[in-house]
Design a protein around this ligand. Structure first.
Ligand code: PLP
Length: 484
């Protein structure tokens, strides 16, 4: 990095990004390009001579922008949001600028130490039991990963190795992983990755009666049946805020079942975990004291730019036993004396980014009070949207809203075996192809539902109102078509 050109060029990029945020509302939210569009625009091979940053930015605007789905648009209501903020960006800039690699304490002591401190800060904001904190003094602690998927792979590997150590390494084919049919698919993927036979992954059915949350009875009976068949329950994933419906699994009851069967309980709070900083949402965490690990993604709803996933464990030493390596090239006094955390042993890769810097900047620039305000503002816009839906009898909200996600649909018009599937497919496509808003769908209990996830940092009430009017107008068109 050459400081003499860095300042001028980075100003150009910063101005470019600021303009992007000023203009983002004008772009079609969901990209309209066809597959392969970019290959037609870009040269076959890289340039031989250097090109200016101005030329490159022009190409970003002309060639890349059309292929962007604008996650930062105020009219982005799809998936779950990827919050961006000035503090998140500045923290990311520091992380990227310093570009230090803290795989072991000695490789960059501040990186490791700040991460441990920030994980304790975040844990305290969520009122996690002391068992999960370094400062709790009981061996617990946390680490930053890039994604929930990595966190689940690592905790599953630790659970697997702990279980296998009891059987002399035999019997991976007997280990069983439990989740619900609403659990993020990342758990099934992780289970496969760590060698659990696909037939030993249980996606336990949920129902509308429980708002698509797991029940302790269903998990207990699945485990009972497996034990009766000579299998060994290994790992249960409970979710605070499922992807499709925002459902919350009952941690306390599930924790008791997990403890009865000696199963590792992981809590996936990827999306809704951020809400736990507000006292009115903290009750969803009740029972977390019975869990072995919990993860949440500040890159979803905590004003922290991609990527950042917090993982806390009560007993990180099981993770370290599973993932540690001790090559001569990395040996040093502090590690040999076991005086320090070496985060390389808490994750898959060796190299790692200084993500803690980013989360630290976010927490300090906003402070807890403003972070709570941010969560509450999104929740109140979602509540308002829910109210708007309830004022139009053609629509219904299909599951209780808990956070900033509203699942709704056009009520089937009846007759001809219509279950509302086609009607709602047509509606979402009409809205999304207008370019003025972007939502995604889910299927709950066989029902096709539309998800309205509030969370872009630029979204204001006026955007929610305008999108609702757009949805109503598209519904009018569809009904007109039906009556013709
Ligand atoms: N868990 C839940 C509940 C999610 O909603 C998501 C993504 O939306 C994930 C896990 C996946 O997270 P990641 O992309 O960090 O692996």
């Amino acid at each position: 990095l050459d400081p003499s050109t860095f300042t001028k060029e980075s100003y150009a990029v910063v101005d470019f990004i600021a303009d992007y945020y000023r203009e983002v509302e004008q772009y079609p939210v969901r990209s309209r390009v066809e597959p392969g569009y970019l290959r037609e625009l870009l040269p076959d091979s890289p340039p031989c001579s250097p090109q200016s940053i101005e030329t490159i930015l022009e190409d970003v605007r002309n060639d890349i922008f059309p292929g962007l789905t604008h996650w930062q648009s105020p009219n982005f209501y799809a998936y779950f949001q990827a919050n961006a903020s000035t503090a998140g960006f500045l923290g990311e800039m520091l992380c990227t600028g310093l570009n230090t690699v803290g795989f072991s304490w000695i490789s960059s002591p501040a990186a490791t130490e700040l991460e441990s401190i920030v994980m304790d800060w975040m844990g305290k904001m969520l009122k996690l039991p002391n068992d999960f904190l370094f400062s709790g003094g009981r061996g617990g602690g946390g680490v930053l990963h890039g994604s929930t998927c990595e966190a689940v792979v690592c905790t599953l590997a630790a659970a697997r190795d702990t279980a296998l150590s009891k059987t002399g390494g035999d019997g991976i084919s007997k280990l069983v992983v439990y989740a619900s049919d609403q659990t993020h698919f990342t758990v099934q993927k992780a289970s496969k990755l760590i060698g659990i036979p696909p037939s030993n992954f249980r996606a336990i059915p949920t129902a509308s009666a429980t708002g698509y949350a797991l029940t302790a009875e269903s998990v207990r009976s699945a485990m009972e049946a497996d034990v009766a068949n000579g299998l060994v329950p290994l790992y249960l994933c409970a979710t605070i805020g499922t992807t499709a419906a925002g459902a919350v699994d009952p941690l306390l009851e599930l924790g008791q079942v997990a403890n009865d069967y000696g199963v590792w309980l992981h809590v996936d709070a990827a999306y809704a975990g951020s809400a736990g900083i507000c006292p009115e949402f903290r009750h969803y965490f009740d029972g977390v004291e019975l869990a072995d690990s919990i993860s949440m993604n500040p890159h979803k709803w905590f004003l922290t730019n991609m990527d950042c996933c917090c993982l806390w464990l009560k007993n990180p030493s099981s993770l370290v036993e599973s993932l540690s390596t001790n090559p001569e090239i990395l040996r040093n006094k502090a590690s040999d004396a076991k005086l320090v955390v070496d985060y390389k042993d808490w994750q898959i890769a060796l190299s790692r980014r200084f993500r803690a810097l980013k989360l630290w900047v976010v927490m300090r620039r906003y402070g807890t009070a403003n972070l709570m305000k941010h969560i509450r503002s999104d929740v109140s816009m979602a509540k308002y949207f829910q109210y708007l839906v309830s004022t139009d009898s053609r629509f219904e909200v299909v599951v209780p809203r808990r956070f900033a996600l509203v699942c709704f649909r056009l009520v089937p018009v009846g007759g001809g075996g219509d279950d509302g599937w086609d009607l709602n497919c047509r509606l979402i496509e009409a809205v999304n192809s207008s370019g003025r808003a972007f939502m995604t769908h889910a299927v709950l209990g066989g029902m096709y539902v539309l998800r309205f996830a509030v969370g872009s940092t630029l979204t204001e009430t006026r955007h929610v109102e305008a999108t609702w009017k757009l949805i109503q107008a598209k519904a009018d068109d569809i009904y007109k078509d039906l009556t013709l």
